[in-house]
Design a protein around this ligand. Structure first.
Ligand code: GAL
Length: 925
């Protein structure tokens, strides 16, 4: 029988609620209590009865309260005893807990809890039941919590234990719930998470089509006939095409609805024109919309050709890519969404058109930014393994990202020792098939650094061969495998420290002239030349765009972050940035000069190496107005001069076709005089999430940037914002990345600020340093609350796991002994209690619990909600209160202290043939 109101419940449309706020956090492990004795062992094995910190009633009142995303590793200090690969940051184990309520109207909906990324191994309990274990620090968890949650006044508890001692990489991985969490409410009949596959294809005859595949789920009790309406919306929001499909779903089963929409002359997506369409998918049952989801897609063609490399929309282009890890100065891996935009913008300005998310899936907000900003993605899986759990991780990645026009390649691994073996080949063959079952529109690659010439090797199981380094093997491999399209999947690994111009390995410093690289790598210039000169090489993915914590190759402590970046950890350009601009940007003049011109007095007369990075034909160099010399630009090597130092002005002038197209000057500055703060944007959204980097530098009296300044700076912030991280790009710096102090490194530092959720207001950031003029930055914050989030509730200890005695006609001994191994004469019950008394008059409820430490010391209240019948309340063998009236009412008793393990018994007594019961019970202050 269909319950009244079900039709309405079915018509509920999805709510996607942010679940980031108000988590309680404990750093360190909390061992589970030792389980002893029959009764405890019996209970311990039951759903809903997790013990220790996983128990809903655990006392977390002393834990720190914080919002996600959170990375606890970066909050610590670097430690020479910790792992260099992880940036010498300690990781360890941590616990998170969060309480929330669901509305009575939510009953009947499908409720899903989602975590986008937890580093590294996570165990999740909801209301005392272990619901999920995730053994990958880079994949999402979608957990159907519908059977476990409660509604109305009753509180739900989510607990996450995070083991960040588990490592999956050789780079900084962070620790904790470092991506967003969500609570999604949907109708029982709904589109599954990541359930819409809508990726346009261009048929061989040039006609465009949008095949749409919608995976539905029916968690309801009745079979359902779903009508699925799909509309393609233009970038302006107009309906371009519509179609309908059907699927029949029995309860607790999936169903797939498929259709295809022909599309005429779509506007094409490309890095220059990242045009996105929307796909609106509505699910209807009996004419009522039960779910609606909007996804994005883009129209573009891609092709990897064995002779000519990469083609986008019929145009042969080189992939100018960079590899990156996902951390940033000051915030570690807990990167606010706004910072993705900042980082991608810096890369685009450098001429990058592609990004390899090394060596793991990126955050979904990052993928969305690549789509909307026009950056192609080599989308990489983390763990090379074909067992069911790892296949599930790969499937998740493809399902999540297959609508992204930015994704042009799937990579199943990076540098696996089995790459040159039959085992490796068999594994890749299987993983490639896993991908192909879900998406045939992009080729599969694997980033190999060896095994290319073995009889069996994984290049035989991929669509595009991926080379990590091995420049010297490019030609030989191509000659032996002329039919396999090829790309460099990783190259470079050159070293540079921003603003340093002398390599001094005793001080862990690398110069900025592109002279230093790893033994297995190449300089920026050699790596690019090897790709640029071979038409069959689709492109490059330079290691790396940004520095990252950890892997301080070729050094160890005191170096704590990488030297590979084209930009430093903060996103400040090193010389390599301008080098790539000069080589990759064609449509506007590029000209940059290194080094700075602030050399000490004893350098006068000594030759200084000067380098110009330019895309002009010719560059003339002047010192203090006198021509040093002119040189034709070598587009691969660029141009260098040895110039005897003389303070003043060094100037380069770029010529193209005989005309001046660019100028760049570097001047000797005066002493540092004042601090300058430059925000990345003009305002912050006051929603508690928006964030931006602020550049910190010092200027001389004439307002010129002092490139050698290393002053300590202290910050204060007032108004609706806080400082969430600091950095300066120095790989050898050990200053904390949290707090309010940071030294400049070679003229620069970065402070990252984040809005709070107060009313509109002015943010005031002040920077001071002894001897320098203070800088004050005033920025507006415009209040904008997060449209929808689940409030966290700080609730009293709920007592809702009861054992109910047999029914008695005569008043029983409330404290009667029950055998420890008797699990059957008293009936377990949880939550609301309604007891049908038949002819009896008395019943006893009992429960055991551990009071919060404050209650143990100072006592508290036992609050019984809506008790029907008379009641006696007994705590640890003493009657502490009696409810004389049989009317349904709340009843509160106080106690002055309690033990660590308490037993509460409640005798309920009926009158006048009524049943007895209680809506809830809690311990309050
Ligand atoms: C590669 C590896 C990268 C990084 C790089 C440093 O072999 O794929 O993750 O370690 O070397 O040069």
């Amino acid at each position: 029988m269909i319950k009244k109101g079900l039709a309405q419940e079915l018509a509920v449309q999805r709510e996607v609620l942010c679940f980031d706020k108000g988590w309680s956090f404990h750093l360190g492990d909390i061992p589970f209590p030792v389980v002893r004795g029959h009764s405890a062992s019996y209970r311990n094995a039951k759903a809903g009865h997790a013990g220790g910190a996983a128990a809903p009633g655990y006392d977390d009142s002393s834990w720190r309260v914080l919002d996600l995303p959170h990375d606890w590793a970066i909050e610590g200090r670097v430690d020479p005893e910790a792992n260099l690969s992880q940036g010498y940051y300690k990781r360890g184990i941590g616990w998170y807990r969060r309480k929330f309520k669901l509305q009575p109207e939510d009953k009947g909906k499908h409720i899903e809890l989602q975590f986008d990324g937890i580093a590294t191994h996570a165990t999740v309990w909801v209301n005392g039941t272990l619901l999920h274990r995730n053994w990958c620090g880079y994949t999402s968890m979608y957990i159907d919590v519908t059977p476990y949650v409660t509604y109305g006044d009753r509180v739900n508890t989510v607990v996450v234990r995070v083991d960040a001692d588990a490592q999956e990489g050789w780079w900084y991985e962070g620790a904790g719930i470092y991506r967003h969490a969500w609570l999604v409410k949907r109708s029982p009949l709904h589109v599954q998470t990541d359930g819409v596959f809508a990726h346009p294809v261009c048929r061989p005859d040039g006609r465009w089509e949008l095949p749409v595949e919608v995976t539905l789920y029916n968690s309801g009790k009745q079979s359902a006939d779903a009508e699925v309406e799909v509309a393609l919306l233009s970038p302006e929001g107009k309906v371009v095409k519509e179609g309908t499909a059907h699927a029949a779903l029995t309860p607790l089963r999936e169903g797939v609805a498929k259709l295809s929409l022909p599309v005429e002359n779509p506007a094409l997506w490309s890095p220059e024109t990242p045009i996105l369409y929307k796909v609106r998918t509505s699910v209807k049952q009996n004419g009522c919309t039960t779910d609606e989801v909007v996804t994005r897609c883009g129209f573009r063609t891609i092709r990897f050709d064995k002779d000519t490399g990469f083609w986008l929309n019929g145009k042969n282009i080189k992939i100018k890519g960079v590899c990156n890890h996902q951390d940033h100065a000051g915030v570690g891996v807990a990167v606010p969404d706004a910072l993705w935009e900042f980082r991608l913008r810096k890369l685009k300005e450098m001429g990058v058109n592609a990004y390899r998310s090394a060596h793991n899936p990126a955050a979904k907000e990052f993928m969305a930014a690549c789509d909307s900003m026009g950056i192609m993605v080599l989308d990489e899986n983390r763990l090379f393994n074909t067992s069911p759990e790892y296949v599930r991780q790969l499937e998740w990645l493809v399902r999540r990202d297959r609508n992204c026009p930015s994704v042009i390649l799937w990579s199943v691994f990076n540098e696996e020792p089995m790459q040159g073996t039959e085992n490796g080949y068999e594994m890749v063959r299987r993983m490639s098939d896993v991908v192909k079952r879900l998406d045939t529109t992009r080729p599969v690659t694997a980033a190999m650094n060896g095994g290319f010439f073995s009889e069996y090797n994984v290049s035989q199981a991929v669509d595009v061969g991926g080379f990590n380094y091995q420049i010297k093997s490019y030609d030989r491999f191509h000659a032996l495998n002329p039919d396999l399209p090829l790309t460099s999947s990783e190259d470079g690994s050159a070293f540079m420290v921003r603003g340093e111009y002398v390599t001094d390995r005793s001080r862990n410093l690398m110069d900025s002239y592109d002279t230093q690289c790893a033994n297995w790598g190449a300089t920026h210039r050699d790596a690019w030349k090897a790709v640029a000169e071979r038409p069959w090489m689709a492109g490059c993915f330079y290691w790396t765009g940004f520095d990252y914590h950890g892997e301080p190759t070729p050094f160890q402590w005191p170096s704590v972050s990488s030297f590979f970046g084209i930009m430093d950890l903060c996103g400040f350009p090193k010389m390599a940035y301008y080098l790539h601009q000069a080589q990759w940007i064609e449509d506007k003049p590029v000209l940059e000069l290194v080094p700075h011109w602030n050399w000490p007095a004893d350098s006068v007369g000594k030759p200084i190496k000067v380098m110009a990075l330019s895309n002009a034909d010719k560059v003339k160099l002047y010192l203090n107005g006198k021509l040093v010399s002119e040189q034709n630009v070598d587009p691969y090597e660029m141009n260098t001069w040895m110039v005897p130092y003389k303070p003043g002005k060094l100037e380069a002038v770029g010529y193209k076709d005989g005309k001046i197209v660019s100028r760049k000057k570097v001047e000797t500055t005066g002493e540092a005089y004042c601090i300058r703060l430059t925000p990345d944007r003009n305002s912050l959204m006051g929603n508690g999430c928006d964030a931006m980097p602020v550049t910190v530098e010092v200027l001389d009296r004439k307002g010129r940037h002092v490139p050698t300044a290393c002053h300590p700076i202290e910050f204060t912030i007032s108004g609706p914002a806080k400082i969430i991280g600091l950095g300066n790009g120095n790989p050898n710096c050990h200053e904390p990345e949290k707090g309010n102090k940071r030294s400049l490194f070679n003229g620069l530092a970065q402070v990252i600020i984040q809005s709070t959720e107060e009313a509109d207001g002015e943010i005031c950031l002040k920077a001071t340093s002894p001897g320098l003029q203070t800088a004050t930055l005033v920025l507006p914050s415009v209040r904008k609350s997060i449209a929808s989030f689940v409030p966290s509730v700080a609730e009293p200890l709920m007592l809702d796991k009861w054992l109910i005695s047999p029914l008695y006609s005569d008043k029983p001994d409330v404290m009667q002994r029950v055998a420890e191994n008797d699990m059957n004469s008293w009936q377990p019950s949880s939550g609301e209690i309604n007891i049908s008394m038949n002819k009896a008059d008395y019943v006893i409820l009992r429960t055991s619990f551990e009071p919060k430490s404050a209650h143990q010391k100072h006592g508290g209240k036992v609050v019984l909600r809506q008790v029907t019948g008379k009641a006696e309340v007994w705590l640890d063998g003493t009657c502490i209160g009696t409810k004389e009236s049989e009317k349904t009412a709340d009843f509160t008793v106080t106690f002055s202290e309690a033990g660590t393990n308490c037993e509460l018994r409640i005798l309920l007594c009926r009158e006048k043939e009524k049943n007895v019961g209680m809506a809830g019970c809690m311990l309050k202050d």
